[in-house]
Design a protein around this ligand. Structure first.
Ligand code: GTP
Ligand code: MG
Length: 368
């Protein structure tokens, strides 16, 4: 069995993922950031950092009933497409153009600090996009983005190079087994050299189709909207191959993208519905929090009554702020939801009470 990933272990010990990666390397294990480690490796690596690893059982999560989908219950669902890449390489600009809106202008310093989620109709087809931050501080968010996505657009500015967070994004996508399409951006700039980017990718064993490889790439200008249709066609081609399906006729399940406390509205939770249909009035369990969905808003701020699979949504009604990456479940029984939340709360508290030099590895929330 494998337990936590390199990045999760690093954050438990409050060290950099790269430190864990080099500790693994000294054991002869070449681990990527999302790779899950086995118990023995975790124990040895934890010791290196002066921790003692303790494994607790996963009985809390086992009480959540998730029905298997029958093939006849499955229907086509929109693909979830995550845009990833180095800071300032043009992720938000690309989505802005696609959405014909102006998000980048409204951001603090133009730097994305959260996961933006948007549903867009392209030629009558619905696509769901996630924007991720490129700044190095947001590794965990990129990892999460890669985990919920179906296809990754890796964007690289042609007037720059394949950069550290470009490489990180690629390794997240690879670790999550997600197909990648490369968007070589800013080709309108005088210093742009798309061939140099393709060359740099090739040295990482990522050969683009044009050069006889298997990776689709598209030169674009997000700013001027050049070749965006061509890029979207390539992305849709990858998505079509996956034959993505979900069962819309069951209790909703999905992932928390982020949550915040709004003075007027209370806790606002941005989530991605992955299966089932989320409805106003539903009882939700998310991490160690519960609540009834009081209101749902789509990304345009419009009130929604029901939200189908592959849709981002903001909900009001959860009694706290679940962590980004927590799975959420709609439950039939409010008391059961509250019981599980309480047990999780207790478990988290006990873990918090343990000494600093003692980490606990559990499997909570790692069911899907
Ligand atoms: P982070 O969210 O901070 O990681 O950045 P980002 O990747 O979302 O980059 P963003 O879209 O905010 O763009 C960064 C800067 O590059 C902005 O000033 C954009 O106007 C500019 N930019 C983006 N795409 C293009 C392009 O195709 N051509 C030119 N000339 N500039 C671009
Ligand atoms: Mg951005």
């Amino acid at each position: 069995t494998e337990f936590v990933s390199v990045s999760e272990l690093a954050s438990m010990m409050n060290v950099q993922s790269t430190e864990v990666i080099s500790a693994c390397m000294s054991l002869g294990i070449f681990a990527s950031i999302n790779q899950r480690l086995d118990a023995e490796t975790i124990q040895i690596v934890a010791e290196e950092f002066g921790f003692e690893a303790e494994f607790v059982s996963a009985d809390v999560q086992d009480s959540i009933p998730v029905a298997e989908d029958k093939p006849e219950d499955l229907e086509d669902r929109p693909p979830i497409i995550t845009v990833m890449g180095h800071v300032d390489h043009g992720k938000t600009s690309l989505l802005d153009y696609i959405r014909k809106a102006k998000i980048a202008d409204g951001e603090a310093g133009g730097i994305t600090q959260h996961i933006g989620a948007y549903s867009v109709d392209v030629d009558g087809k619905r696509l769901t996009f996630l924007d991720t931050p490129g700044h190095e501080a947001f590794t965990a968010m990129r990892a999460r983005g890669a985990q919920v996505t179906d296809v990754a657009i890796i964007i690289v500015a042609a007037d720059d190079d394949v950069m550290p967070q470009t490489k990180e994004a690629i390794s997240h996508a690879q670790a999550a087994g997600v197909p990648m399409v490369f968007a070589i951006n800013k080709i309108d700039k005088p210093g742009a050299n798309p061939d140099k980017i393709k060359e740099q990718l090739s040295t990482m064993n990522l050969l683009v189709e044009e050069w006889g490889g298997k990776y689709q790439a598209q030169e674009i200008s997000a700013k001027h909207g050049k070749n965006i249709d061509e890029l979207l066609e390539k992305v849709m081609l990858e998505a079509d191959l996956l034959e993505l399906k979900a069962n819309p006729n069951k209790n909703a399940i999905g992932t928390v993208l982020e949550s915040s406390l709004d003075k007027g509205k209370g806790y606002v939770t941005n989530m991605l519905v992955e299966g089932g249909t989320l409805k106003v009035g539903d009882i939700i369990l998310a991490g160690k929090h519960t609540g009834r969905v009081r209101a749902m808003l789509n990304e345009k701020g419009r009130n929604m009554k029901a939200v189908p699979p592959s849709s981002p949504v903001s909900i009001i009604g959860i009694n706290g702020a679940p962590s980004a990456g927590d799975k959420f479940y709609v439950m039939d029984d409010e008391r059961e939801a509250r019981n599980i939340a309480t047990r999780r709360e207790q478990l988290y508290r006990e873990q918090g009470l343990r000494t600093q030099k003692h980490i606990t590895l559990d499997e909570i929330g790692r069911r899907l």
